[in-house]
Design a protein around this ligand. Structure first.
Ligand SMILES: CC(C)C[C@H](NC(=O)C[C@H](O)[C@H](CC1CCCCC1)NC(=O)CC[C@H](O)[C@H](Cc1ccccc1)NC(=O)OC(C)(C)C)C(=O)O
Length: 330
C-alpha cells in the first residue's frame, strides 16, 4: 500500500500546514496538522464544547457506523507552545490520501485550550512521532504510521513542505520526482520519541562551514528553527539592526535589512535555507520590524529543525529497524 496527501499552508507565513483525512463511515473529512514532534491523533469532535469550537470541522463518532468507544481510555496533552487538549478515545476507519487503517485510535477532544479554539484552520493533529510519546491512558495507542507500516510497500513516509504552496506527505514510497541528487541518511535516536538526528554543522551566508554536531529533532509541527545561541548570534551579527527582543520573544530586525542564507549539514550534504524563509514575518501586520525564522533554542532544552528548515529539503522518515532520517535537495 501507499498514500499521498497534500500539505497546505494555513496562512501567509507557513505557520503550520494541514492535510485532509477521512474518518468513519460514511467518511467525515477533517484538516489535520501532521506533527512529527508528537504522537497523538486528536480531533475536534461532537464532544468538544460548542464554546470552544470556532468554525473547525468536527468528528462525530455517533454518526459513524464503524466507530467504537475505547472504554475507560482518556488522553491529555500539553505542547511546547503551551497549548493543550484532552478527552476520550474511539477507534474507527481512518484514511489519508488513499491509505486506510481500519481500527485507528482517534482521540476526541472534550477540552481544547484557547489557542486551539482561535486557530480555526486546524481541526486536530496527527502525530507522526514514535508511539512511545502517545498520551492515551491506561493503554497508549499507536500512531497512524505505526498502524499502517506493515501494509506499506516500504516502511517510510516523506515530507515535502513548500513555501506558500501545497506540498505533500507520502506514505510507503519515495517519489524520485520530488528531489534531486542523493538522499543522505543519518541515524535517529528514538529516545524519548522524537525524530532526533545530528546535523554536521552550519554556515552563515557565504561564510566558512563550521563542522560541529548539532543534535535536534525534525519537527513538522514547529514553525521555526531553534538552534544553540552561539549559532544564532553568529547569524544575526550579519544582520544590520538585529536585536534579541525580550518584548517580541526573539530576534527581530528591520524588514529592509539584507539577510544572509543559513546552511546546515547532514553528513557530507549541505542544505541552504533561503533568506526569504528567515525573514519570517512582520511582528504585526504592516510593521517594518520583522521576526526571524531562526531563533535560539536556549529556553527549550532541545534544538528543533522546524518548517523553516524542512521547506528547504525533501525529507524521508524511515521507520525501518533501526529508523533513520534522509535529507535531499529539491
Ligand atoms: C506532548 C509531547 C508528547 C510532545 C510535545 N511536542 C511538541 O510540543 C512539539 C510539537 O511539534 C508541537 C505541535 C504544535 C502544537 C500547537 C498546535 C500546532 C502544532 N509544536 C509546538 O508546540 C511548537 C509550536 C509551534 O512552533 C507554533 C505552532 C502554531 C501553529 C498555528 C498557530 C500558532 C502556532 N508556531 C509558533 O509559535 O510560531 C511562531 C513562533 C511564529 C508564532 C512536547 O514535546 O511536549
Amino acid at each position: 500500500d501507499t498514500g499521498s496527501a497534500a500539505a497546505v499552508p494555513i496562512d501567509d507565513v507557513d505557520i503550520a500546514y494541514v492535510t485532509p483525512v477521512t474518518i468513519g463511515t460514511p467518511p467525515q473529512t477533517l484538516q489535520l496538522d501532521f506533527d512529527t514532534g508528537s504522537s497523538d491523533l486528536w480531533v475536534f469532535s461532537s464532544h468538544t464544547p460548542a464554546s470552544q469550537v470556532r468554525g473547525q470541522e468536527i468528528y462525530s463518532p455517533n454518526k459513524s457506523s464503524t466507530a467504537k468507544l475505547l472504554e475507560g481510555h482518556t488522553w491529555s496533552i500539553t505542547y511546547g507552545d503551551g497549548s493543550a487538549s484532552r478527552g476520550n478515545v474511539y477507534v474507527d476507519n481512518f484514511t489519508v490520501g488513499g491509505l486506510s487503517v481500519a481500527q485507528q485510535a482517534v482521540q476526541t477532544a472534550q477540552q481544547v485550550s484557547s489557542s486551539f479554539t482561535s486557530e480555526t484552520n486546524i481541526d486536530g493533529l496527527l502525530g507522526l512521532g514514535f508511539s512511545t510519546l502517545n498520551t492515551v491512558s491506561p493503554k497508549s495507542q499507536l500512531t497512524f504510521f505505526d498502524n499502517a507500516k506493515a501494509s506499506l510497500d516500504s516502511p517510510v513516509f516523506t515530507v515535502d513542505l513548500k513555501a506558500q504552496a501545497a506540498g505533500t506527505y507520502d506514505f510507503g514510497f519515495i517519489d524520485k520526482a520530488k528531489y534531486t541528487g542523493e538522499i543522505t541518511y543519518v541515524p535517529v535516536n528514538t529516545n524519548p520519541g522524537y525524530w532526533t538526528f545530528t546535523s554536521s554543522g552550519y554556515a552563515v551566508g557565504s561564510g566558512s562551514f563550521s563542522s560541529q554536531s548539532i543534535t535536534g529533532i525534525a519537527d513538522t509541527g514547529t514553525s521555526l528553527v531553534y538552534l544553540p545561541t552561539a549559532i544564532v548570534t553568529a547569524y544575526y551579527r550579519q544582520v544590520s539592526g538585529a536585536t534579541n527582543s525580550r518584548n517580541y520573544g526573539g530576534y527581530v530586525f528591520p524588514c529592509s535589512s539584507a539577510l544572509p542564507t543559513f546552511t546546515f549539514g547532514v553528513g557530507d550534504a549541505r542544505f541552504t535555507i533561503p533568506s526569504s524563509y528567515i525573514s519570517y514575518s512582520p511582528i504585526a501586520p504592516g510593521s517594518s520590524t520583522c521576526f526571524g525564522g531562526l531563533q535560539s533554542s536556549s529556553g527549550l532544552g532541545i534544538n528543533i529543525w522546524g518548517d523553516v528548515a524542512l521547506k528547504a529539503a525533501f525529507v524521508v522518515f524511515n521507520g525501518a529497524n533501526p529508523p533513520t532520517i534522509g535529507w535531499a535537495k529539491k
